[in-house]
Design a protein around this ligand. Sequence first.
Ligand code: NAP
Length: 263
Amino acid sequence: MDFGLGDKSVLVLASSSGLGKGVAGEFLKEDACVTITGRSEERLEGAALDLERMTGRRPRYMPCDITNPAELKALVAFAAERTGSVDVLVNNAGGPPAGTFESLGDEAWTGAFELTLLSYVRAIREVLPMMKEKKWGRIVNSTSSSVREVLENLILSNTFRLGVIGMTKTLAGEFAPYGILVNAIGPGRFDTERIRQLDRALAERKGLPLEEVSAASLGRIPLGRYGDTSEYGKLAVFLGSEANTYITGQTVISDGGMVRAVP
Ligand code: NAP
């Protein structure tokens, strides 16, 4: 399939590791001009080298805290430097802290809103004029399987990611006249530091051995394994490419069959 990404500029937020890095890698394989970002320059340098080793193509990178509007604005300008625009935006963010309603105060709620929802709003606002001018754009908002089935001890994720889904559906309508398709994707359980950290936290909270917690978690996945981040990347590539001409406003969950809810 021709994804038509060779002349496209792609910006992937929160991409120095994990899912964002996996997504960036798949866009690089399609010869796109990819910009990755994260807060640590050192981690970004390492990720850029890794991605070059894996794909034969080097991403551009710029440190940015996506909760900082000025840094985000500068990042979008940097990502647009080579081709004059950002054609594909993949919104992604670090995970909000785990916790229950009674364990989290206003600071955690405000921080999660800024990280998982407002950063997406701001990034979209920055790329919109470029996409409108080109009459072409793809926006892929990464969320979580929690938008279909809430996750224990993750009330912040369960709450704010649904806001992203509401925004995605709304923007699909508002941006369709500009040739911009907007979709959301959500991971079940992919093998990343975030998932290892959540498993460790759950094991500690329940006083169980980590192996037991991980085995129970794998047992809920019909395909019997955590996903590889490149598998998530392939989904983002399709939705964020020229091959996708008629899918907008949708949410696609990649979870090896884990979520049993019917959409
Ligand atoms: P990860 O491996 O911990 O990677 C998170 C990435 O986000 C890193 O590159 C990190 O880089 C960056 N980041 C964090 N805060 C940032 C900020 N303020 N500004 C810019 N970059 C920031 O996590 P992951 O597993 O890939 O997960 C990505 C997202 O998907 C999270 O929101 C997570 O909750 C969600 N999710 C993941 C899974 C899964 O299976 N992995 C399942 C459901 C939902 P720096 O630390 O250098 O900034």
